[in-house]
Design a binder for this molecule. Structure first.
Ligand code: VG1
Ligand code: CO
Length: 543
């Protein structure tokens, strides 16, 4: 077995974003592209000689051959051992769990999450650290710096490993262990949730549809819901991961999971609907006629988590990303626990979780999770909601109404403008940045601005500072508007506009969010000139 040293040159644009490097698949497949980035990861983390790494992905097109390259390069870099999900599959939260459980140095997760797969779709790669969480800013910067100076990469000349066979093999001096991607994860879930109580609920006729969207959660949801909890076969639909996600867009939002949303609004709705994304870290939970927004889901889980056996001690604290609504803040205040506000992306929760400052975290983008791993976790959130229903013996709609009656409702929506011209999007943000200092006191329609800033975060654990995380505009009546650009897109820019408003009056809680937020929506356009600058008359996606 020989290792080859291949000369290479820096490739422009290999800068990790919100969650690793994401590019069009055909860009990732350009000779040397993946290799440059993988070598830069190995250098950026200080070398991997003698170390153990976990490797797996969401099964999308190029997942398997990219893994072969990674294994050969890891061997050439002197890795002691590589733990790989069978067929190259590991959901993101399952990978996080394996890293922690096996005491690995870190892991490489191959995913572009909710973005479509295929040669003309998207691909992604990120590094997670020993705590199981996404590399922090210091490490991603070191990786990026290396991509700008790289001159060589090293790769073992070896035949491909058969990823379908569970067991141990080797490339050169590196042991390769192919594992069942599901079983450790199921064990972990069983320590957190009351499986017999949930099984009894299914046995008594509780009905559910889980849409795995032909992505990574299929095998996990099937094993747990249908296998362990006795839900009827067919409860999990689109359960087989496919390289192109069946031609779909594995994002559990109202546009791409429309069938599920429509079912839940119809007379045939089961008791619960749920879906996850490409790599299994996102979730949406829908009751019969009752969509639970992710921001509300976080708040409702915070209020009820003590009902699940892994959380009976209560929560140490909670954290939400800045654009996530303030619904959870109200629960934290009532519980008397700390609530942290972080920049977008799970990497910012890692220190808070490691330091034991928070137990529960969430993002408005359909991400919820806890200190059981260091990623957001779609199946975990679904099991949490099942456990809460099994204990409270109430429907999701009733739990939702009760929560709003107790805490008030925070109306929330996000408007996305996708694949916008880069200059137009940067211009829109630059214009807001120039003006936010003068905004307090100004009126926009019936609303008066009380404060505005560009969100910055000082990590309370390591003191690191992250700036420029989104323009926040607060209004006197408690409304809030946030503008930021996506850090996961692969084409042009995506402008995200986050809108919210607190409503204490229970007689208004069943209003439609778009109606309740009409003044804030109008203020967004008038302050940012969205239509004028982008030429768009409506958002591409409303969540
Ligand atoms: C988006 C979401 C963010 C999430 C990130 C990764 O980032 O807004 O909340 O953490 O995706 O999620 P951005 O920069 O595009 O807004 V996933 O499921 O794509 O790994
Ligand atoms: Co995801």
């Amino acid at each position: 077995m020989t290792n080859t040293t291949v000369e290479t040159r820096p490739i422009e644009g290999q800068k990790p974003g919100t969650s690793g490097l994401r590019k069009k698949t055909d860009v990732f497949m350009t000779p040397g592209y993946l290799e440059n980035y993988v070598q830069s990861i190995f250098e950026g983390v200080g070398g991997i000689a003698g170390k153990t790494l976990v490797v797996g992905g969401d099964g999308r097109y190029f997942n398997d051959s990219a893994i072969q390259t990674i294994l050969k390069m890891a061997s050439a870099a002197g890795a002691k051992k590589l733990i790989v999900g069978q067929n190259g599959l590991l959901s993101t939260p399952a990978a996080s769990n394996i890293i922690r459980r096996r005491g690995a140095f870190g892991g490489l997760i191959l995913s572009a999450s909710h973005n479509p797969g295929g040669l003309h779709g998207d691909f992604g790669l990120k590094f997670n650290m020993a705590n199981g969480g996404p590399a922090n800013e210091a490490v991603t910067s070191a990786i990026f710096e290396h991509t700008r100076t790289i001159t060589v990469y090293r790769i073992a000349q070896a035949p491909d490993v058969d990823l379908s066979v569970i067991g141990t093999t080797a490339i050169g001096g590196s042991e390769i262990e192919i594992i069942d991607p599901v079983s450790d994860y199921v064990d972990l879930m069983e320590t957190l949730f009351d499986f017999p109580a949930i099984a009894a609920m299914f046995a008594s006729g509780f009905t559910m549809r889980f849409d795995a969207m032909h992505a990574a959660t299929g095998p996990y949801a099937k094993a747990i819901l249908e296998g362990r909890l006795g839900a009827p076969v067919g409860t999990v639909v689109n359960a087989v991961p496919l390289p192109d996600f069946g031609g779909g867009h594995p994002d559990p939002n109202p546009i791409y999971a429309k069938e599920l949303y429509d079912l839940m609004a119809s007379a045939d709705a089961p008791d619960m609907g749920a879906a996850s994304d490409g790599d299994g870290d996102r979730n949406i939970v829908i009751g019969r006629g009752a969509v639970v927004t992710p921001s509300d889901s976080l708040a409702m889980i915070a209020a009820n988590a003590h009902l699940a056996k892994g959380y009976t001690k209560g929560l140490a604290g909670v954290a939400r990303s800045m654009p996530t609504s303030g619904a959870v803040d109200r629960v934290a205040a009532k519980l008397g626990i700390d609530c942290y506000e972080t920049p977008t992306g799970w990497k910012f929760f890692g220190n808070l979780l490691d330091a034991g400052k928070v137990t529960l975290c969430g993002e408005e983008s359909a991400g919820t999770g806890s200190d059981h791993v260091r990623e957001k976790d779609g199946v975990w959130a679904v099991l949490m909601w099942l456990n809460i229903q099994a204990v409270r013996k109430e429907t999701i709609a009733a739990i939702q109404s009760g929560h709003w009656a107790e805490f008030g409702r925070t109306f929330y929506t996000r408007h996305d403008y996708e694949a916008v011209d880069l200059d137009a999007a940067n211009g829109l943000m630059a214009n807001l940045r120039r003006r936010f200092g003068d905004m307090p006191g100004q009126t926009v329609g019936p609303l008066e601005i009380s404060a505005a800033d560009d969100f910055a975060y000082t990590d309370p654990v390591d003191g690191s500072v992250t700036t420029g995380q989104g323009i926040r505009i607060f209004f006197k009546g408690g409304e809030r508007l946030v503008f930021r650009l996506s850090g996961t897109g692969t084409q042009g820019a995506t402008i995200r506009v986050y809108l919210e408003k607190f409503e204490p009056d229970a007689s208004r809680h069943r209003l439609d969010a778009q109606e309740a937020l009409a003044d804030v929506i109008a203020a967004a356009d008038s302050l940012a000139g969205i239509g004028e600058r982008t030429g768009r008359t409506a958002p591409d996606v409303i969540t």
